[in-house]
Design a protein around this ligand. Structure first.
Ligand code: MGD
Ligand code: MGD
Ligand code: SF4
Ligand code: MO
Length: 748
C-alpha cells in the first residue's frame, strides 16, 4: 500500500537529514550520567541523574531519575526538552518510584506446583524456569507448529518479546490497546483520511480555537501533553464543548456541557453534520478539493435534524445548532477529538467515522489548530535474519471477517484458543507480557475458558497480579527504572527520540525483558536473532545510524531532530492524494461499502437498562493507571479505592448514603467480589452509575490493593462486538445494588 509520502506533491526540505550526519553535542566529561551533579558543596547532598521515559502509562513522558549518594532513588522529574511532557510529569509519573520500591514485587522466577488459579508456586532459578519455558514452546512448535503460540504484550518491553515470537514463527502478537481501546478510531480514520490517528494523538490542541470532546475525559484521562495543551488553549480563549453523560473534569472547564443520554452519540454527531451541511457552514474549498461523497452525505443526513436527535439524545435542538455553529466559526482550527478508549457500544467504528466526517467538513485534518501531520525518527532495525513465514494465523478462526483489521485481536486469540472443530487455528500456548488480561479483557469467563485450554502459559510481569495466578511459569521483570529499553521514537510535530537507562541494579532476582528474550532465544535455537552482546551495543548501533550515540543520549535524554518533510500542516490548498480508494477524503467510505458495511454512519438504538438496573459507566482517575498502579504506595496514598457514583434520585430510591458500602450485581447475575463505597453526586445521570477502572484486585499478595474497591472488569460480561473491526463494546452492562454482604446471606 502506498503511504502519504508516496503521494505528497509539495517540496520536501532537508531530505535525509534525520538519518545522516547530524552534529553531536560536545561531550563534557562532567556531564556524563552518574557524575552530572557529582561535585557537592559542604552540607549538600550529591545527586546523580539518569534519563528515562515513564512506563506508568503509554504517553511515555521522558524524565530524569535522581539518586542520592547512597544510591537511593529519590525522585523522577520531567525532561524539559520532551514534547510529550515539556518538563512536567503527571502525578502517576512522579509516583513511578512506588513501582520500584513495592515490596510485593515478583522477586524470583516461579513454577506452578498446584492447579491453575490457585497461586501455588515454588521458587526456581532463572536457568530452570527458562529451560522449562523453552522445552514447552519447542514441544508445541514440533507438535502443532510455531503459530500455535501467541504473545499478549502491552508496554515498551513487549517489543523484544515480539521479536522473539516472530523469529519463532508466530504472527499471533496482540495487545489490548486495539480491540479494547483505540482500534475503532484507527480503522475509521484510515477509512476516511487514509491514515490513522496514532499515539500520541496528532491533535493540534495547542493552537485550536474549539475542542469538542465526545466522552474523552481529558483531565481524568491524564495523558500529559494533551492536558497541558488543553489548558494552554483554554487560556487562549478556546471554546471547549464536552459531550458526556457525566459531569467530567473536562465538562467543568467547558463552555458547553452536553449531558447526553449514553449510547446515543451517533445521533448527535449526525445532527451536527446535518446543521453544518444545511446551513452551508462547511469548508467548501477544502471539501471541493479534497473530499469524496458530499452528495451522498447530504442525502443521508437530510432528515437527521436536531429535532430528530433531541428525541434520542435528550440534547435540546437549539444547543445542537449553537454548538455546531461554534465549531464552524472556529474552522479550520477546530478538533472533534477522536477519543482514545472508544470501544463502547459495538458500533464504535461508525461513531468514529461520524467524528472523522465532521472533522473533514470543518476542514480540520492537516490544518493548524486541527490535526497536524506527525513525523517520527526511523530507527533502523539491528541486523538479524528474516523471520520465517507463518503458515496460519488467528484470522483462520474468522474466515471472511475483519478484512479491514491490520492488528491482532486479543479476544480473537481467546476465540482461537477455545477448541472448535470448525476453526483452522487452535492456539496452545500464551506468553503474557505486561498485561493483566483478567482486568483488561471483557468477559472473564471466556478468557478463563481459553486459559484452561492452554497447554502452557508463561507470564512476564513485575507484580503478582490476577493474571500471574494462572501461569505455569512466572518470570519477574525488573521495573523500568532498573533497565534499558528500546529507544522511544514516537510521531510528533518534531521527530524526537528518548532514552531509558537503568538508574539502579534490578532488585531481587528480577531481569529486564531483553535479557529474558535473548536467553529464551538461545534455548529456542534462535541465537542468530540476538547477535548483540550487550543491549547497550544494540542501542548505540541504532543511535549512530540516526546521527546520535548512546553516550550522547545518556546526557540529553531526549533529542529532537529536524523534520524530513515540510508538511506539518499540508492541506491549505496544496495538491494531495489521500491513501484511500478514491485518493480523496472519503465522506462516503468505498472501503466500508466494499466490505458490506454502511458507507455512511447510521444511528441504531441500544438496549436500555432493565427496571432497577443502571448502565455501568467507567473511566480513569488522575492518579491511577488501569490495574497496574492499585498497589503503588505513592499513588494509593492519593486514592486507595474506587467508589460508585450514584445520582441523588437513585440514592433516594435505594436509601443509599454517601460512604456506605454496597455490592454490585450485573444483568447476568455476576456480583462484585468486593463491596464499593457509594458516592452520591449530581455529576452522574440517573440512568447510569460510574466507577474508576482498575480496582477490586483478588490477588492476596497485593498488600495494599487486595479487596480495595470493586472491579468494573468482572461486571463487564456482555460484550457488543464491532462487526467491522472486532472491538469489544463494554458499556452495554447494567448493574443493580446489593445492600448486604451476599456471602453472609448465602452462609446463613
Ligand atoms: N489517569 C489516567 N489517564 C489515562 C489512563 C489511565 O489509566 N489513567 N489510560 C490512558 C488510556 S490507555 C486511554 S485509552 C485513555 C482513555 O481515556 P478516554 O479516551 O478519555 O476514555 P473513555 O473511556 O473513552 O471516556 C470516559 C468518559 O466517557 C464518558 N462516557 C461514558 N459513556 C458515554 C457515552 O455514551 N457517550 C459519551 N459521550 N460519553 C460517555 C464517561 O462518563 C467518561 O467521562 O486514558 C489514558 N489516560
Ligand atoms: N473493564 C475495562 N477494561 C478495560 C479498560 C477499562 O477502562 N475498563 N480499559 C482498556 C484500555 S483503554 C486499555 S489500554 C487496556 C489496558 O490494559 P493493560 O495494559 O493490560 O492494563 P493493566 O491492568 O495496567 O495491566 C498491566 C500489567 O502490566 C504489568 N506491568 C507494569 N509494568 C511492567 C513492566 O515494566 N514489565 C512487565 N513485564 N509488566 C509490567 C502490571 O503489573 C500489570 O499486570 O485495558 C482495557 N480494558
Ligand atoms: S502521562 Fe503521566 S503516567 Fe503517563 S507517561 Fe506521562 S508522566 Fe507517566
Ligand atoms: Mo487505552
Amino acid at each position: 500500500m502506498k503511504t502519504r509520502r508516496d503521494f505528497i506533491k509539495i517540496s520536501a526540505v532537508g531530505t535525509g537529514a534525520v538519518t545522516l550526519g547530524l552534529s553531536t553535542v560536545k561531550l563534557a566529561k562532567a556531564s556524563e550520567p552518574g557524575s552530572i551533579f557529582g561535585k557537592k558543596a559542604k552540607n549538600q547532598v550529591a545527586y546523580e541523574r539518569f534519563p528515562t521515559y515513564c512506563e506508568v502509562c503509554f504517553w511515555k513522558c521522558a524524565g530524569w531519575t535522581y539518586k542520592d549518594e547512597d544510591g537511593k532513588i529519590l525522585k523522577i522529574v520531567g525532561n524539559e526538552e520532551d514534547p510529550h511532557c515539556n518538563g512536567r510529569l503527571c502525578p502517576r509519573g512522579t509516583g513511578g518510584i512506588g513501582m520500584y520500591y513495592d515490596e510485593d514485587r515478583l522477586k524470583k522466577p516461579l513454577i506452578r506446583v498446584g492447579e491453575p488459579g490457585n497461586q501455588s508456586f515454588r521458587e526456581a532459578s532463572w536457568d530452570e524456569a527458562l529451560d522449562l519455558v523453552a522445552k514447552n514452546l519447542n514441544k508445541i512448535k514440533k507438535e502443532h507448529g510455531p503459530e500455535c503460540v501467541a504473545l499478549f504484550s502491552h508496554g515498551t518491553g513487549g517489543k523484544m518479546l515480539s521479536h522473539l515470537i516472530k523469529a519463532f514463527g508466530s504472527p499471533n502478537i496482540t495487545a489490548p490497546s486495539f480491540a479494547q481501546c483505540r482500534g475503532p478510531r484507527e480503522v475509521a480514520f484510515a477509512a476516511t483520511f487514509g491514515e490513522e490517528v496514532l499515539s500520541p494523538e496528532r491533535t493540534d490542541i495547542r493552537d485550536t480555537k474549539c475542542l469538542v470532546l465526545i466522552g474523552s475525559h481529558i483531565g481524568e484521562n491524564m495523558h500529559n501533553g494533551q492536558i497541558q495543551e488543553m489548558s494552554e488553549a483554554i487560556d487562549n480563549g478556546a471554546t471547549i464543548i464536552t459531550v458526556d453523560p457525566r459531569f467530567s473534569t473536562a465538562a467543568s472547564h467547558s463552555k458547553f456541557w452536553l449531558p447526553i443520554k449514553p449510547a446515543t452519540d451517533i445521533a448527535l454527531l449526525m445532527a451536527w453534520i446535518h446543521v453544518i451541511i444545511n446551513e452551508e457552514l462547511y469548508d467548501k474549498e477544502y471539501i471541493d478539493k479534497y473530499a469524496y461523497g458530499l452528495d451522498q452525505l447530504k442525502t443521508h443526513v437530510k432528515n437527521m435534524t436536531p429535532e430528530w436527535a433531541f428525541g434520542i439524545t435528550t440534547i435540546e435542538p437549539d444547543t445542537i445548532r449553537e454548538t455546531a455553529r461554534e465549531m464552524a466559526a472556529a474552522s479550520p482550527a477546530v478538533i472533534v477529538h477522536p477519543g482514545r478508549h472508544v470501544t463502547w457500544y459495538g458500533d464504535d467504528t461508525q461513531r468514529s467515522r461520524a467524528i472523522a466526517i465532521l472533522n473533514a467538513l470543518l476542514g480540520s485534518w492537516g490544518r493548524r489548530g486541527g490535526f497536524f501531520n506527525p513525523e517520527a525518527v526511523h530507527l533502523p532495525k539491528y541486523p538479524s535474519p528474516a523471520y520465517p513465514k507463518p503458515q496460519k494465523s488467528w484470522k483462520d478462526a474468522f474466515p471472511g471477517q475483519y478484512n479491514l483489521v491490520h492488528e491482532v485481536l486479543t479476544t480473537g486469540i481467546c476465540d482461537a484458543t477455545i477448541p472448535n472443530p470448525d476453526l483452522g487455528c487452535h492456539l496452545k500456548s500464551w506468553i503474557v507480557y505486561g498485561t493483566n488480561l483478567l482486568a483488561s479483557l471483557p468477559d472473564q469467563k471466556k478468557t478463563l475458558e481459553a486459559i484452561e485450554n492452554l497447554e502452557f502459559m508463561v507470564v512476564i510481569d513485575t507484580m503478582p497480579m490476577d493474571i500471574t495466578g494462572y501461569a505455569d511459569v512466572i518470570l519477574p521483570e525488573c521495573t523500568y527504572l532498573e533497565r534499558y529499553d528500546g529507544i522511544r521514537s514516537s510521531p510528533h510535530r518534531e521527530p524526537n527520540i528518548a532514552l531509558r537507562m537503568p538508574a539502579a541494579e534490578p532488585k531481587y532476582d528480577s531481569r529486564p525483558n531483553y535479557w529474558i528474550a535473548k536467553e529464551l532465544g538461545k534455548r529456542l535455537g534462535l541465537e542468530e536473532y540476538f547477535k548483540w552482546n550487550t543491549f547497550e551495543e544494540k542501542l548505540d548501533w541504532q543511535l549512530k545510524k540516526v546521527g546520535s550515540s548512546l553516550e550522547e543520549m545518556k546526557i540529553l535524554g531526549v533529542k529532537k531532530m529536524p523534520r524530513e518533510y515540510n508538511d506539518l500542516y499540508s492541506l491549505n490548498g496544496e495538491d494531495y492524494e489521500f491513501n484511500t480508494n478514491t485518493g480523496k477524503i472519503e465522506l462516503y467510505s468505498t472501503e466500508l461499502a466494499n466490505e458490506g458495511f454502511d458507507p455512511l454512519p447510521k444511528y441504531t438504538p441500544h438496549p436500555e437498562p432493565p427496571q432497577g438496573f443502571y448502565r455501568l459507566n467507567y473511566g480513569r482517575a488522575p492518579m491511577h493507571t488501569f490495574s497496574r498502579t492499585a498497589n503503588n504506595a505513592n499513588l494509593t496514598a492519593l486514592k486507595k479505592e474506587n467508589s460508585v457514583w450514584v445520582n441523588p434520585r437513585v440514592a433516594k430510591l435505594w436509601d443509599l448514603k454517601n460512604g456506605q458500602y454496597v455490592w454490585l450485581k450485573n444483568q447476568d447475575g455476576v456480583v462484585s467480589s468486593f463491596p464499593i463505597k457509594v458516592r452520591v453526586t449530581e455529576r452522574i445521570r440517573w440512568d447510569s452509575v460510574y466507577m474508576v477502572h482498575g480496582f477490586g484486585h483478588k490477588e492476596k499478595r497485593l498488600s495494599r490493593a487486595y479487596g480495595k474497591g470493586a472491579s468494573d472488569s468482572e461486571l463487564v460480561t456482555h460484550v457488543m462486538t464491532d462487526p467491522i473491526m472486532g472491538g469489544t463494546g463494554m458499556r452495554g452492562n447494567f448493574v443493580t445494588f446489593i445492600l448486604n454482604d451476599p456471602k453472609k446471606e448465602v452462609a446463613s
